[in-house]
Design a protein around this ligand. Sequence first.
Ligand SMILES: Cc1ncc(COP(=O)(O)O)c(C=O)c1O
Length: 413
Amino acid sequence: MTALDLNRIRAEFPALAGDTVFLDNAGGSQVLKRVADRVSDYLLSSSVQLGASYAASVTAGEKVLAARRAVATLINAPYDEEVVMGGATTALMFVLTQALRLGPDPQIRAGDEIIVTETDHEANIGGWMRLREAGAVVKLWPVNRETLALDLADLDLLLSPRTKWVALTWASNILGTVNPVAEVARRVHAVGGRVCVDAVAYAPHRLVDVQASGADVVVFSFYKVFGPHYAVMWVQRELLLQLPSLNHYFIGADVLPYKLQPGNVNYELSYGCIGIADYLVDTGSALGSDGTPRQRMQAAFDAFEAHENALAEQLLAYLRSKPGVRLIGRPAADDAQRVPTISFVPAAVAPEAVVRHLDAFGIGIRWGDFYAKRLIEKLNLHERGGVVRVSIAHYNTPAEIDRLITHLDEVLP
Ligand SMILES: Cc1ncc(COP(=O)(O)O)c(C=O)c1O
């Protein structure tokens, strides 16, 4: 496989020209210039309301539809109308879960069972928990405290003919573990349930394929995938048609996806997202791929994965060599079940002290529970302030990881 041309890659992100080492990418990634340019272009040339007959409005409408098309390609959605856009993953999860309890024929009724995991970000738990107000029974899929995995055998114990939904993360934003989503979907569908996947921590590292995922809903945020503060929720068409409209009374349940986008999408941010898809296609082409747009995107992600694994292993090897450090997640990057989001706790130093030490050298990492509060509490890590998290992106360099390690070594026992 051809290696990534890091100079070419980094030139796409103006912020990387500065001195900061960005290693909090799972919190928010840097933004592509071509995304910012598109946002600016839209605002300065197309800020009109959509749906009118004059030319500027028609052009603006075409731009927004082109954005939905680009996002559909990015996630391999069979139909553009399955692409629901909104402000954030958390907001879209509330839209979905509330839609499930509303309307003339609510999907969730008293006694229905929902399974959420102990490793998820609260975005894919809280909305589901609120369905208890509609009489749902919410069960917790526990993390295995030894391996830090979600065991399929534990899922099997929780599944029942009453299971309506299982909500899980594709990759944990603390552990970095990639979950076997397609296998989970197979088991859940076998009992007649549906699956909602949080792909926020996964999408910056692997090409999302909603069809191959087997899930019914897949959600993630573009500000972690080199774009603006914005998010997408893919909802499988038949399910989407069954959901009620959360929009005005005259926007019917057959108006996809507008019925779940009250107030409409953000036009300029949607348009900006085309830049993410273009960047991935162009990166694949530069790597020698001459296939379909998605094949080129896959080539880009294959190269990202190889590069990220090398960087992750550089850091993990160092952390493994420190007897006073406990890794919270899989210890090696040499398998396919990990993204380069690396968390750890030092025995003798507070996570906050480690991070503040690195602040002084312009290295951006952070500590905390990262809103995966239930996981941090289950592992008894909350009293010391959670974990230190280093989250790598494909634009990071071996020299940056070296610099991180040099300064970590000044504080880690
Ligand atoms: C795994 C995961 N899910 C969901 C979210 C929430 O995303 P948003 O800020 O778009 O609501 C985050 C944010 O950190 C996350 O890491």
